[in-house]
Design a protein around this ligand. Structure first.
Ligand code: G4P
Length: 190
């Protein structure tokens, strides 16, 4: 998505050779007009997929998923973090290890909001090692729901998450794929 790549190049700040901060339009301050364009692009890509629910994970995924959902006219369910606390049995849970943060978080979705009739589009802001998406897939499988596709705003193509999911047969569409960060210069692979 050219508009997104332009914004990443113009405003993104790199940290070392593997992190790009996009706090100014995506992860902290949010450019809602840009999110609308992102939502339209996800809809263009997945319109034929007969999706009836979007699933994401808190926090940054929620805004993106909600705006995209307007174009699909479907509800959004977000996995909550901290589901290892006393939340009862009415919840599907999965453990997600974050390489970026070095911690494992238990995420959960209530059994009330995900079930066998759901055909799900997973949406998230970043894909690095793909652990968050694997956690969501685990939960969707527990619910007997179907993963129709995975929409990612920024994929770090030099980390294995996206390609590992593609090789498992999932349809992963990333609007910007960063191939490398070389001396602060971002190089796209798409
Ligand atoms: P993974 O799910 O693909 O395995 O990624 P990882 O655990 O490494 O990422 C942990 C968190 O860091 C995720 O947010 C992810 O979106 C974010 N992240 C990973 N790489 C980058 C990057 O280069 N730039 C930015 N801005 N974020 C990155 P989180 O902490 O789980 O969520 P949130 O509460 O911010 O949504």
């Amino acid at each position: 998505m050219e508009l997104l790549k332009k914004r990443i190049l113009e405003e993104g700040k790199t940290i070392g050779s593997d992190v790009v901060k996009v706090d100014m339009f995506l992860n902290h301050q949010i450019d809602v007009e840009l999110l609308c364009e992102i939502g339209k692009e996800f809809h263009r890509l997945f319109a034929a997929s007969n999706i009836n629910k979007i699933v994401t994970i808190e926090a940054s995924g929620i805004g993106i998923a909600c705006i995209a959902a307007q174009y699909f006219s479907v509800p959004v369910v977000f996995a909550k973090k901290g589901a290892n606390r006393n939340v009862g049995d009415n919840i599907y849970k999965a453990d997600v290890y974050s390489f970026t943060k070095g911690i494992t978080t238990t995420i959960g979705i209530s059994k009330d909001y995900l079930g066998p009739d759901d055909r799900v589009l997973i949406i998230d802001d970043f894909m690095a090692n793909g652990k968050a998406v694997h956690g969501l897939i685990n939960i969707i499988n527990q619910a007997g729901a179907t993963v129709e596709g995975i929409g990612i705003v920024i994929e770090k193509g030099f980390q294995p998450g996206g390609d590992a999911l593609r090789s498992l047969g999932y349809r992963v569409e990333s609007l910007a794929v960063i191939k490398s960060i070389d001396n602060g210069k971002i190089v796209f692979g798409n």
